[in-house]
Design a protein around this ligand. Sequence first.
Ligand code: 3HC
Ligand code: NAI
Length: 701
Amino acid sequence: MKVRLEARSGLGVIVIDHPPVNAISADVVAQLGQALDAWEARTELAALVIACDGRTFAAGGDIAGFDRPDFSPAPFNGILARIEAQARPVVAALHGSVLGGGFELALACHGRVAADGTRFGFPEVQLGLLPGSLGTQRLPRLVGPELALDLISSGRTLGSAAALAAGIVDRVVPDALAGAIALGEEWVRTHCSLRRLSVVRIAPDEKLSRRLEAAAAEACDRQPSNPAAVAIVRAVQASLLPFAEGEAIEASLFEALRTSPQSQSLRHLFFARRSTWKIPGLSRDIRHRELHSIGVLGAGTMGRGIAMNFLNAGLPTRLVDASQAALDTAVSIIRSLYEASAAKGRISGTEVAARMALLHTDLGDAALADCDLVVEAVYEDFALKQRVCERLGALCRPDAIIATNTSTLDVDRLAAATGRPRDVVGMHFFSPAHVMKLLEVVRGRETAHDVLATVMALARRIGKTAVVSGVCYGFIGNRMAEVYMREAEFLLMEGASPAQVDAAVEALGMAMGPCRMLDLAGVDVGARTVIEYAKSGGLPPDASYRALVRALYESGRHGQKTGAGYYRYEGRTALPDPETERISIELAARHGIARRPAIDEREIVERLLYPMINEGAKILEEGIACRGSDIDVVWTAGYGFPAQRGGPLFMADSIGLHEVAQRLQHYAKARGNPHGYWTTSPLLDKLSVEGRRISSCERPR
Ligand code: 3HC
Ligand code: NAI
């Protein structure tokens, strides 16, 4: 049973027990109905308390249930109406995270008592939804439409003290259940009149109506691709109407959002982000290695950002570099970043001092001998990294973990160089490493289970979105980015402009098109990677491959930092540059690439995204990614892929795998399929024929 009725001190207590977060599923709704039947029959019980077992009060409606075609909030709304209509007092006993449908359940009660530390909020907006069980109608009647709109639109949570101040809860106590029973008894004793929010009318107010209308206009303007933003304002506006009218408006807005592609994508990502922590074959009970101190070797761009992650988490960190100047620069940049955070009020001055006190720098690597985990972040040069790994293997304690931040090199070969490959793992941070959420955790052929589990737990501790990848060139993200960049460059050589290429994918919601992205990341960084990869024999034997990035690099156009790359820059403003066009024309002539007067947007989008989706399918079938949804997490967390499209594989499912496969075949014919660039992956073909989805596909075993 997920819901039960108990009798305690002459009161009834309905308890929801549906781990892990008491999500309100269809079963819970049905059983709540049965528990209410039982309570209504027990007329000797003077009042009712609604509480939850476990770590939290209900943290929302069951998000998985929203995918059911026949989902409707009506049954739950009916339960809420029954609760509110009770003649005997009903009090909610709240603890943990009172979110979404859980908050709506609490609002239907006559009173609310919260334990210290309880948090309240409506996170539905993050799922592209609005509260669909009358949260948009009852909350404005309790705290006023403007605070309600702020809370529902932002999805932010309030702590128990703020909830008390806003009148959301009646009392905050150490023990919510005892407090709710006490309040129920008190109301019975005093014959307190019961507050039913649905009968409250919000006084008409011209100024308020104008402010709400302005909020709707602003939501349209600022978030045109987010239908939830404006729907939330419309629903809150409807709270000024009689309750039944508002209820109907909320229901129709909710249904439109629930079935929208944006919300379906965001719901996919909700579960996708939580799945990345589940690693096939790795027991949850595995004992982790202890991490008390961290070493970072290489204090350049990445090393100093990586170190900040550990300092932020309170871990003593030794930063080591061969150059004193690099160490001095790193310390000064880290300090100034912390001071800037303090100036913005994000951390206190004491916190700045505490974090800096955890940072130690050294010129000699002997200082790493005592660290529990060392991340190497020296230049991306195989011979150098091999030497460094050899040295770390000999130097580090036998139980220490050795991690490499390489973006492209073979982690298995680096692991072998340490002489203790079981202790080695890749930790591929993204730049800037103290800001970017994504961390690819690269599992080598011999990485020990406890090493992987320890590093995943560390990733959680430092607030990263971690995804496990197998070993291959570029891991999950950069391997897919490579084909994306390949096609971007061919399109430029064929006659498209950087602005046209960027605009086509930015219109889909990509944070930045490929040309602007590489200009920002550094054309030199991109080109050097391609050159290194070519040396290792990994690139197709084709001089036209990524010829443009190499030519830009050789002509000193390293991107924004040198004032020119694919674009030329005035400050940070990217402007078209005839020099890029000249270089593209010259390369096209040299490599026999036909220029075309016009390339349409459809072709640009398909040529950038479909090979990337195809590469994702190969990554999945090779077992590099554990599941399709992991690939979506990598691209939405690390590469600016729009969350409202769910990631490249979810987008492929939305388009239809059959259509994607057909268009790949079309380009294979149209472009002659050099080096098998357009050959569809067997997995993509198989799923397309079977009518299955790739974003929910687990790695074939
Ligand atoms: N529905 C279904 N499953 C849920 C869920 C929900 N609302 N909330 C959490 N879960 C699941 C997670 O998928 C995860 O499952 P797993 O263990 O199998 O991976 C498990 O519960 C634990 O979740 P977390 O890993 O996120 O646990 P944390 O302790 O880190 O966080 C939390 C707990 C703060 C409650 C967090 O889970 C959370 O924010 N949940 C989402 C809350 C939410 O969005 N609520 C609104 C839902 S929409 C709604 O209510 C509409 C209504 O108006 C009709
Ligand atoms: P960087 O050039 O900024 O810094 C490298 C640092 O390593 C320098 O300070 C150098 O003095 C130091 N170093 C070199 N050899 C050393 C040695 N033997 N002992 C001690 N210190 C040594 O390089 P960056 O950009 O920080 O890259 C480092 C690593 O991070 C590379 O593997 C790179 O591929 C990876 N990476 C880089 C990203 C980026 O955007 N820059 C993104 C993700 C990963």
